[in-house]
Design a protein around this ligand. Structure first.
Ligand SMILES: Nc1ncnc2c1ncn2[C@@H]1O[C@H](COP(=O)(O)OP(=O)(O)OP(=O)(O)O)[C@@H](O)[C@H]1O
Ligand SMILES: [Mg+2]
Length: 238
């Protein structure tokens, strides 16, 4: 049994079917990539799994327990933590204050390997910037802060929604190095991104969504050459 097992997950918004019966499982020793054109349901998947939205149908089993429909704060406390497509923090507060708040509201069951706020800042490359006001930091550092805040909440599984959006190549590489180390620290990763180089370089397994349907799954080299996947991307609006 995998740590997270999603089965028949469906989410509709009026007439829009954002997730159309998605089956997916994730282990905590892996980095799973989720890709798909704009509007294919990737963020909705995170929203439903982490309790920001209730599913229309289907189950989300986390460590054997069906958590579908539980409130977001309860799910986060079970160790399922996500970042947002828009970098989120308290902009008027310092880096240190942001981290302490996230740490305070983190998962109740701390796994033995969880990092202290100071370790986290070092890990994401924000050591020495504790007193900077989040809202006045450059974009690349705000992205690092987003990852740091998620780590401070002591995730067992970290769901990253386009963490590399807006980053330059060097910043993306630094982020990749951070993400690559997480499974070794006991944190599984599920990564949404449009940067196929990033995805192919750090994920051993990929899932492709299109109109809320999983159309391919497997190792990146196989999936990205899959005929259906190529068609979806060539046909996708730019
Ligand atoms: N809160 C909402 N209310 C109504 N429709 C929504 C809502 N959230 C998402 N949708 C719709 O559900 C579909 C899937 O959207 P979603 O944001 O999950 O896509 P995505 O794959 O994350 O896209 P992107 O790559 O652009 O971030 C889209 O048609 C979107 O317009
Ligand atoms: Mg999205």
């Amino acid at each position: 049994m995998s740590a997270l097992e999603i089965s028949g997950l469906r989410k509709t918004f009026g007439g829009v079917v954002a997730l159309d019966g998605v089956d997916l499982s994730i282990d905590l020793d892996e980095i799973l990539g989720i890709v798909g054109p704009n509007g294919s349901g990737k963020t909705t998947l995170f929203n439903v799994v982490t309790g920001a939205l209730k599913p229309t149908a289907g189950s989300v089993r986390w460590r054997g327990e069906n958590i579908a429909g539980l409130p977001a704060h309860q799910i986060a406390r079970k160790g399922l933590v996500r970042t947002f497509q828009q970098a989120m923090s308290f902009p008027a507060l310092s880096v240190r204050e942001n981290i302490l708040i996230a740490h305070e509201h983190g998962a109740a069951s701390v796994n033995g390997k969880s990092m202290s706020p100071s370790d986290i800042l070092h890990f994401v490359g924000l050591k020495g910037r504790e007193e900077e006001i989040a809202g006045s930091m450059p974009f690349g550092n705000l992205r690092r802060l987003g990852v740091a805040l998620a780590l401070a909440a002591r995730p067992a599984l970290l769901l990253l929604d386009e963490p590399a959006a807006g980053l330059n190549d060097g910043e993306t590489e630094q982020l990749a190095e951070i993400i690559l180390q997480l499974p070794g620290r006991g944190i599984g990763v599920c990564l949404i991104d449009h940067d196929m180089n990033l995805i192919a370089s750090i994920c051993r397994r990929l899932v492709v969504l299109n109109f809320g349907v999983k159309i391919a799954e497997g190792p990146p080299n196989k999936v990205l050459n899959d005929k259906k996947v190529v068609e979806v991307y060539l046909g996708a609006p730019t």
